[in-house]
Structure formats: structure tokens, C-alpha cells
Design a protein around this ligand. Structure first.
Ligand code: PMV
Length: 314
């Protein structure tokens, strides 16, 4: 039996914009998807035991199967000739916006490699997971699978010409508490990404200006993290949320959670990931603030993940 894991992630700056070549910053969280793979008699059978949003596994089932077929093809196998029993679990909740699909793709790719005795580098696993992500995201930037494969805090810039993407590990003085809160709405990342591309085509002037601001924000965010100026990081996250509202990927539930986090004293808050549901991310340095923000959300019936950004080795 082969085993593998992939990190969950949260995007601090630049979701959606990264698809179009703007740099972004993602951080792995200290939760991961785990997979086991065993050669079987017939078909590809997935047992998905990840905890999280009700309906997540069912809604993503078809995309999940397509993603596994894509992985096998990229690994040089014919999906029709391969029979596998795949189990998925781990402590990464199946919330939309936590890179759950990428984390599971990395976990499964590693487990398949182990089951077939393939010695694959992290770079190769990342490429395979990128192909798998296309089933979930249509035209993914690659930021999710990169964070899921390598972990840490990552500066990412997609190479739109098709060559290697820019991937840089960033460091921060110490990990910082964050609260991620699930709206409970399972989002369709593929549709959200396609919607942005369509609106960008319809309104090039408006969108070019917003994309320029997003690029500036990513650079400022990187600088503020290097300086460990957390007030500034929070302020920039707020600005990033505003840009995401402008490109119409937020929703009233996300805006509500963002406002609640800020009211409770979070240094900054934004949606994270594909939007249209999925998760809100807030910067809550210190255990006390983290607890206060998380509790306010839990009291309203939302599910939260209390974790840290900038953990080097998760
Ligand atoms: O919702 P998630 O966790 O799959 O994140 C999607 C991030 C996007 O920037 C919207 C898409 C991408 O491929 O980068």
C-alpha cells in the first residue's frame, strides 16, 4: 500500500489575480490531506473520509475522478488499465478555499508513486498535481498545488508563457495566528475563475486597473511580512478583500464574516481562495485574539480552523 500527504493552504494575497500572472502569497496551514492507494481488481474506487463541509465530497466527486485520471495519464499510465482503491483522510477539513483539492491531489499522487515504486521528486509531484487541479479549477494558476507540495510561505508568480512558474520560499520572523472560517457554501472554483476571465474580457480598462493594484498589494504585503509589520499586513489584506469584491468573487456571507472578524479586533480579514462561498481568512496575532475571533464565529454556527501562517515545516 502506498501513502502520501499534501498540505492545506491559505492565500494571503492575490487569489484570482495569480491566474493572470500577478504575483501572490500563500501559506501552508498545519493541517494536511492524507491518502493511501492500493492496487485493486476493478475501477477506481475512492473512499473519502475527510471531515468538513457537508456535501463537499459528493459535490466534488466527478471532478475528483477526472483529476485522478489526469494524474494517471500524466504519470504515463492509461486510467482504463489501472484499478485502484484510494482512501482519503487527514486533518485538513474539506472546506472550499483551503486548497483541499490540491492537497488531496498531492497526497494521492504521492501515494500512487509509492504504490508503483516510482521515485518522483517534489517538482514532479507538483507538476502532476497541477494537471489534476485542472479538473477542479479549469485554468488553475498553480499556487494551490505548489503550496500543497512544498509547504511553507510561498511567493508565487505564474509564467503565462508556459515555462516554469516563479516559486520563492519567504520567511517571517515567527508564525502568526490566523482564523479561517467556513461560510458553509461549497464553491465551484472553476466557475469563479471562468467568471473573472469573462468579466476581465468585457471590462478591460476597469480590470487592468484593479489587477495593477493587486500586483502592488502583493509586493507591499511581502515587504510588510519581511518587516513583521502585522498591522500593515492586516490593512493590506483588507484592501485585497476590497479588490476581490470589485471583481465580484466575494458574496454576502464572506463579507459578513470579514466584517465580524474586523469588529472582533482582527488586524485584517479577507476572503481566501476561489470565493463565491468557501472561506474567510483573518489575521489574529496572539492566542487571545485568535480565540475571541474564532469564538464569535462559532457562536453564530460557523466552523473555524485556528491555525498559523508562516509555519516553515508543517
Ligand atoms: O478555492 P481554492 O482553495 O481552490 O483556491 C483557488 C485560488 C484561485 O486563485 C481562485 C485559482 C487558482 O488556480 O489560483
Amino acid at each position: 500500500m502506498g501513502r502520501g500527504s499534501g498540505f492545506g493552504k491559505t492565500i494571503l494575497f492575490g487569489e484570482h489575480f495569480v491566474v493572470h500572472g500577478v504575483p501572490g502569497i500563500a501559506s501552508a496551514v498545519d493541517s494536511a490531506a492524507d491518502a493511501t492507494v492500493k492496487k485493486a481488481q476493478k475501477g477506481i474506487n475512492v473512499t473519502d473520509e475527510r471531515s468538513g463541509a457537508t456535501g463537499y465530497a459528493e459535490k466534488k466527486k466527478l471532478q475528483q475522478l477526472e483529476s485522478i485520471e489526469r494524474m494517471l495519464t500524466t504519470m504515463g499510465m492509461n486510467p482504463k488499465d489501472v484499478a485502484l482503491d484510494i482512501w482519503l483522510g487527514g486533518n485538513l477539513p474539506g472546506f472550499s478555499g483551503l486548497g483541499a483539492s490540491a492537497a488531496s491531489s498531492v497526497a494521492i499522487a504521492r501515494a500512487i508513486a509509492a504504490e508503483f515504486n516510482l521515485d518522483l521528486s517534489d517538482e514532479r509531484i507538483n507538476d502532476i498535481a497541477y494537471e489534476a487541479e485542472k479538473a477542479y479549477a479549469g485554468n488553475p494558476s498553480g499556487i494551490d498545488n505548489t503550496a500543497a507540495t512544498f509547504g511553507g510561505l510561498i511567493w508565487f508568480k505564474k509564467n503565462l508563457a508556459g515555462g516554469s512558474n516563479m516559486i520563492e520560499q519567504l520567511s517571517i520572523r515567527e508564525p502568526v495566528e490566523i482564523v479561517i472560517c467556513n461560510t458553509g457554501i461549497v464553491a465551484n472554483t472553476k466557475a469563479m475563475v471562468a467568471g473573472v476571465a469573462e468579466r476581465k474580457k468585457q471590462n478591460p480598462t476597469k480590470y487592468d486597473a484593479i489587477f495593477g493594484q493587486a500586483e502592488e498589494l502583493a509586493h507591499k504585503g511581502r515587504h510588510a511580512m519581511k518587516e513583521f509589520d502585522l498591522r500593515q499586513v492586516g490593512k493590506l489584506m483588507d484592501e485585497n478583500h476590497y479588490l476581490l469584491q470589485e471583481i465580484e468573487v466575494s458574496c454576502k456571507e464572506l463579507d459578513y464574516l470579514v466584517d465580524l472578524a474586523r469588529e472582533m479586533g482582527a488586524f485584517g480579514a479577507k476572503m481566501t481562495g476561489g470565493g463565491g462561498g468557501g472561506c474567510m481568512l483573518s489575521l489574529t496575532p496572539g492566542k487571545e485574539l485568535q480565540e475571541a475571533v474564532a469564538e464569535a464565529m462559532e457562536n453564530e454556527g460557523f466552523k473555524v480552523l485556528k491555525t498559523k501562517m508562516g509555519i516553515r515545516k508543517v
